[in-house]
Design a protein. Structure first.
Length: 110
């Protein structure tokens, strides 16, 4: 190989390694990616990285849940958890499944 093409390959491998390292440190250390852009969404905000997005969803006044998803998946912060509704109202498991299906359909259309 020529010297110029070797340098190009080394630079491309270094950039790809940096992107993968950024995604891995975000996932393993439970942090947001270093190379990211913050965007406000309903019920929280998202830090959009190169390979994965980190969602910070506010559930209550001071409670924040963190969720990591790849760019190919759709994810929306829901204002409350279905399990919290079932626990508070003592609904049966069948109604729980119906509520979960409604929330899935809702999240696909939003």
């Amino acid at each position: 190989m020529k010297k110029g093409s070797k340098i190009i390959v080394i630079v491309l491998v270094a950039i790809l390694g940096l992107i993968v390292f950024d995604a891995l440190q975000a996932r393993i250390l439970k942090n947001s990616p270093l190379l990211s852009i913050k965007k406000d969404i309903p019920n929280g905000y998202v830090k959009k990285g190169l390979l994965m997005d980190t969602y910070f969803c506010t559930k209550e006044k001071d409670l924040v849940t963190v969720s990591w998803h790849l760019k190919t998946t759709k994810f929306y912060c829901t204002p409350y958890e279905i399990k919290e509704i079932v626990d508070k109202t003592n609904l049966s498991f069948r109604i729980f499944k119906i509520l979960r299906a409604i929330f899935v359909i809702y999240s696909l259309h939003v």
